[in-house]
Design a protein around this ligand. Sequence first.
Ligand code: F6P
Length: 359
Amino acid sequence: MDKKKRLGILTSGGDCAGLNAVISAVVEAASEKGWEVYGIHNGTDGITQKPHSYEVLTIHNFSDSPWPRLSGSYLGSLNKGVKMESLEDMSQRFAQGVKDLGLDAVIVVGGDGSMNIVSNYCKGSLVRMIGIPKTIDNDTPITEFSVGFQSAVQVCTSAVDSLELTARSHNRALIMEVMGRDAGHLAMHSALAGQADVCLVPEIPYTIDGVINKLKAIKASGRNHAVIVVSEGIKTEDGSHISSKKNMVGEAVYGGIGQYLCSEISSRYNEFQVRVTTLGHVQRSGVPVAFDRLLAALYGAKAVELLENGEDNKMVVWKNGHVDAVALSEVVKSGTTLLDPNSEYVKAAKALGMYVGEI
Ligand code: F6P
């Protein structure tokens, strides 16, 4: 890249803490090279819709503001909120928008879904793209960590701590339902960090009786309270997901499994009063923790470095303590990364006596 370049950056999918730190890192690294950065509004909409919606981001108007320290997305985002036209139409609209805005490349900060969708737009239109992984679900493939995950784990762990104290006061078993969609990473990490008694994740089958047996064992040990962490994506005993809404692409939005568990446990065992807390979107909006901000800095710098070296169609990743980049085609091929039931996390949970289901 010799002449002055213009990068577009957009955030796509559910928001999370650390997005603004990523945007800021890209602005800083690009400015160091004398490149311009256009912040694209509302995911890909700012490019595909007319009039295009964007603003020029500089270290003066963005990085030197409170935004990099805050959660949410300054640019706005869409979580499966666009009804897809055909891929061909969307690719054409995307390519036209990129041309209209004079962008040399687009940096997409998104999860596995966004990497898949936007990389397909780019493939069809020869637009240069670099992906930066983010999601509280931590299910983006190949990378060990996506921006936003650790901040969400912190919110959930603090909530487990709070629930433990009130459970203790009232001799209750308190259920906490967390997000994560079909992946149990968020539930398992926060259950381990918060020393919960039970953790139910979509990847491991469980029984209500198994949960009740754990509660009975707690009672027999002389303890009168318990905390149960449950991932929104687990199924009922008869194998259905609980969901009351659909997103714009027709997928079920999960929510309500905590209430189901509460009713089932209460109807079969009455030694503990059971209550439910559903954390909801508060998990996506915690203070960005240091590790997410560190990832943001490393990923942002790496994304700009890749483009400078003439590389594209890659996603930056964190592997074995290092930042690297992998082909987007590999990311798309790998699908979603679920929690491995044989992982050290699950092994540790079991070793500590947590009920995690029937492996
Ligand atoms: O993918 C991020 C996520 O927060 C999931 O954990 C959750 O299932 C979903 O988004 C919620 O979607 P929405 O933003 O539509 O409420």
